[in-house]
Design a protein around this ligand. Structure first.
Ligand code: MG
Length: 339
């Protein structure tokens, strides 16, 4: 009997409107994917579609009737199933990522082991996660920094016209470690001009300063920088890694970009082979989506899995980041349950 796929829309709200260089929102809708085997065991995943990568909730929903008949009857055939999905309908990474997560959850549940253990990982090796402060007024930034008191590493979103005010406000509000994500908001010249400023404010990592296709711009910035430059929007799948070698110091992997947990593991191996640092990031998503990415955090250098921590109505419990410490569940599969 074939694996059965069903879905459920999740409506999520951030505690504060979450603004980055290309805009923001406070209500987010994601799609929960449930895959059920012939014994009634259910695997779960979550698709957090992003318009920037060409997906919406509606495209994710529309892709499911294409993917569902291709699942076959054996969830352990992860490689073959994922190959069938991408061959039938490429792109749609958030949709495929949710199916990949649900299949891995199902496999873990059938074996009675959490995914990190199935992969042979030591969960104590997971680096601490950042917590992100979105673009906001100085007053709100001070409030958010106070609310985020438990997190020892903060990530700040730049790339607006208020960068200097935001940096100054952050630094006045806290002496914690700061990392910056410009979300493609700068030119190479502006990014290079910002480097001494970032240094003055003690910023330790700079993520995606320029537009995705400006790889030479990234290289110029890397040459001038004393802190790691991480490619996020410039690095979607493993195929993007070879051309980033020598141009950045590391890559940021997200399930909603790469479309598969197996592809995420391939990206880690390829990045390591090229001496690149590895970061794992997320979208605004519940603990279901966050948990899928959290299971491979013992393999990475930089963790930014705050998507569920930013919510006020997370429907799930699973992997979490109390005080920034990635905490991986002992329960089988993704280890996620309804709250
Ligand atoms: Mg980023």
């Amino acid at each position: 009997m074939n694996l059965r796929l069903s879905t459920e829309i999740l409506t999520l709200h951030t505690r504060h409107p979450f603004i980055i260089a290309r805009g923001g929102n406070s209500e987010y809708r994601t799609l929960m994917v449930k895959i059920t085997d012939h014994d009634g065991v259910e695997g779960w995943g979550e698709a957090a579609a992003t318009k920037f990568y060409g997906e919406t909730l509606e495209t994710v929903q529309a892709s499911m009737p294409v993917y569902a008949p291709l699942l076959g009857d054996d969830p352990f055939q992860l490689e073959a199933i994922e190959a069938r999905l991408i061959a039938a309908l490429p792109g749609n990474a958030a949709a495929r990522g949710a199916i990949s997560a649900a299949l891995h959850d199902l496999v873990g549940k059938r074996l009675g082991v959490p995914l990190w253990k199935y992969w042979g990982l030591d969960r104590a090796k997971a680096p601490r996660s950042t917590f992100t402060i979105g673009i906001d007024t100085p007053e709100m930034i001070r409030k958010k920094v106070l609310e985020a008191a438990e997190y020892p590493i903060l990530k700040v979103k730049l790339g607006s016209n208020d960068d200097m005010t935001i940096l100054r406000t952050m630094r006045e509000a806290t002496d914690r470690e700061l990392r910056v994500d410009a979300n493609c908001g700068w030119t190479p010249a502006h990014a290079i001009a910002m480097l001494p400023v970032l240094k003055e404010f003690g910023v330790t990592v700079l993520e995606q300063p320029v537009v995705p296709e400006d790889l030479d711009g990234l290289a110029q910035i890397k040459r001038a920088a004393q802190i790691p430059i991480i490619a996020d929007e410039s690095c979607v799948t493993s195929g993007d890694i070879p051309k980033l070698v020598g141009r950045v110091d590391g890559i940021n992997i997200k399930l909603a970009k790469c479309g598969s947990l197996r592809e995420a593991l391939r990206m880690i191996a390829i990045a390591r082979a090229h001496g690149l640092m590895v970061m794992v990031g997320c979208m605004i998503e519940s603990s279901l989506g966050i948990s899928a990415a959290a299971h491979f955090t013992p393999l990475v250098d930089i963790v930014d899995l705050d998507g569920a921590a930013l919510l006020r109505d997370d429907p799930f419990v699973g992997a979490s980041i109390p005080a920034g410490q990635v905490t991986l569940p002992e329960a089988p599969g993704l280890g996620v349950a309804r709250r």
